[in-house]
Design a protein around this ligand. Sequence first.
Ligand code: NAD
Length: 265
Amino acid sequence: MIETGKTFVVMGLLDADSIAFAIGKQIQAFGGKVIYTVQSERMKKIFFDRSKKLSDEDRADLDIRFCDITKDEEVEALFEGIEGPVAGLVHSIAYSNPKTCLGPEFHTDAYEDLKLGFQISAVSLATVTKYAQPKMTAGGGIVTLTFASERAFAFYNWMGVNKAALEAVVRGLARRHGKENIRVNAVSAGPVFTIAAKHIPGFEELGQTWAKSSPLNWDPKNAQQEVAGAVSFLLSPYAKQITGQTIYVDGGASIIGGELLPHER
Ligand SMILES: NC(=O)c1ccc[n+]([C@@H]2O[C@H](COP(=O)([O-])OP(=O)(O)OC[C@H]3O[C@@H](n4cnc5c(N)ncnc54)[C@H](O)[C@@H]3O)[C@@H](O)[C@H]2O)c1
């Protein structure tokens, strides 16, 4: 589906369960070259330690670089260090301090945590686009990952706010970079049981909500692949007139009023 032999940068690898990893593997299966990023050199070691199911061959095949998206100089160096053009970029990055920005209480006075969460989860899409653009000489697709920001979920609090901002950043960037033939879109995924997500308070309940409201029987335990397919489509020439959109890959839960009734399951 995507253009064979072209280079794609996939940012946001934590372990082999990360959505980023499924996306990278899908791109490679279509014949693309993938450069993954982790947050730091230390995180690269953590990735290999945690991803025990990877074979030695898989490990040797991975091109993993590091880049903390709060540091402009690291983002700039990442793209400057890539030989040849970049055909697409995946931003699969988010962070909010779970102790202060997520949980049973919405109100918080942890303003520094709020600012950091906003920078990492929303603003950073603009940062990476700015430095990727000179390498995207033939245009291409940029895709980020969001989550159901039009609704207020228990515990998700300020991450929901960041996701709404992220979707607005997508639209701003789509408008700004259309003239360079760079398309910017978001995939709004249903809950995916990545290791990181399991640490979000109330995440188990979110999975149960989806079980009650997804006409397509969304399975949070095996959803990475579903997300990766849609991201690959948005990176591909098949999506060449799609930009600024948030595409829902959530088993249809976002369009359901209330819960599915027994005869609808
Ligand atoms: N898991 C879900 O249910 C779900 C649903 C919808 C959307 N999403 C979104 O998908 C994306 C990937 O999430 P995931 O579930 O694969 O979790 P993940 O923890 O595997 O991915 C998040 C990544 O963000 C990285 N990150 C955080 N701060 C960073 C920084 N300063 N610089 C660089 N990288 C940084 C982490 O290192 C990690 O690799 C996130 O944007 C998440 O909000 C996840």
